[in-house]
Design a protein. Structure first.
Length: 366
């Protein structure tokens, strides 16, 4: 029995597929992905952006292939990055074939948009021959005409019907190496559609609130939408869609998973909003520590609390903690136990040193 059963999330056990060397579904870790916004034909810029996305903690990256030059550029791109590439394909079946042949490990398509059965068969053959999985990407903004006419507007039932139609297309060709998404920019619609779809099939689900907006708006919408589904045990891979730097998408995605205890990577900082009681500048301290500790990949908890009201209690539950004290005498906690007093001017240096030391200890044990 869990020590804290209120924290338990019972994930739905879905089928397992591969996106390159990343396993999606089942009991595998929920993966985080993002998408490049460079011109794919600008190979150098695309490689650099993918590497930045990877360094932030992404497991997979999606790259748009709107034309032949883009899909063929994947050959050089894929050999110079460390994470699997998903090729984003919308209409032309040849782009999907080219992408599979040039290093893509997954194809994001709507089979219904590809064309007749012969074209779909050619795409699936290329996927099979090159070890490619597929994501069926249903979107409220691009539903099939007949489905939209039937339901009059995008609704959960419409998204699920589209998904099931496309699932059957692949199943009829004996292709089962795929995951599914049913995205909308509307949080309510997305949540309802994913819940309904999860009840009627067991393929892995890629979660996302599409066109979520700017950094603040998109982060909030994604946190609510993805967080609600993840708490239900729904979801095997996620993307936070932002009108911003793709690296920020990865950061927010990982923070969502960390906050739910679904995946731990790097330093998890617990900090107070600060008030007149603070014995040191909490906000500035946290910003500096976030930057100086960004290289730590080992899961570590750190509390930065400006006074003794909640400080000792929070520090008792973290690996490293600082609680503000009078006259610049702040208390350092290690593994929940008081360790030593630290002068305000020495907080940054001391905390960085202790976190790095803790990370080293944990790495040796693993």
């Amino acid at each position: 029995m869990s020590l804290r059963p209120f924290r338990n999330i019972n994930r739905k056990k879905t089928k397992v597929i591969n996106v390159g060397n990343v396993k999606i579904g089942g009991e595998n870790p929920i993966s985080v992905q993002s998408m490049t916004n460079t011109l794919t034909t600008d190979v150098k810029a695309t490689i650099n952006q993918i590497n930045d996305i990877y360094e932030e903690g992404a497991d997979i990256v999606r790259v748009s292939c709107p034309d032949e030059s883009s899909s063929k550029a994947l050959k050089e791109i894929s050999t110079n990055v460390q994470i699997p590439i998903i090729a984003d394909i919308h209409f032309h079946y040849k782009r999907a074939i080219e992408a599979a042949e040039n290093g893509a490990k997954c194809l994001r398509i709507n089979p219904g948009n590809i064309g007749d059965k012969d074209k779909i068969y050619d795409v699936l053959s290329a996927a099979n021959d090159n070890g490619c999985s597929i994501r069926i990407g249903v979107n409220a903004g691009s539903l099939e005409k007949d489905i939209l006419e039937k339901y009059k507007e995008p609704c959960p039932e419409a998204l699920v019907e589209s998904a099931m139609r496309n699932i059957r297309i692949l199943e009829d060709q004996n292709f089962f190496n795929f995951k599914v998404s049913v995205k909308s920019s509307d949080v309510f619609l997305s949540i309802a559609a994913y819940r309904q779809l999860s009840n009627v099939m067991d393929y892995p689900l890629h979660l996302g609130i599409t066109e979520a907006g700017s950094f603040v708006t998109g982060s909030v919408k994604s946190s609510i939408g993805l967080g609600s589904l993840l708490l239900d045990g729904i979801g095997d891979t996620i993307r936070v869609s932002l009108s911003d730097d793709p690296v920020k998408e990865v950061k927010i995605g990982n923070e969502i998973l960390k906050s739910l205890g679904l995946r731990n990577r790097g330093v998890k900082i617990i900090s107070c909003p600060s008030c007149a009681r603070q014995a040191f500048q909490v906000i500035d301290t946290v910003k500096i520590l976030e930057d100086k500790l960004s290289h730590i990949k080992t899961p570590i908890s750190l509390s930065i609390i400006g006074c003794v009201v909640n400080g000792p209690g929070e520090a008792a539950m973290t690996d490293v903690g600082i609680t503000g004290g009078g006259k610049g005498n702040n208390m350092l906690y290690l593994s929940g136990v008081q360790s030593e007093k630290v002068l305000t001017d020495d907080i940054i240096k001391k905390v960085v040193s202790e976190v790095e030391k803790k990370a080293s200890e944990l790495e040796k044990k693993s």
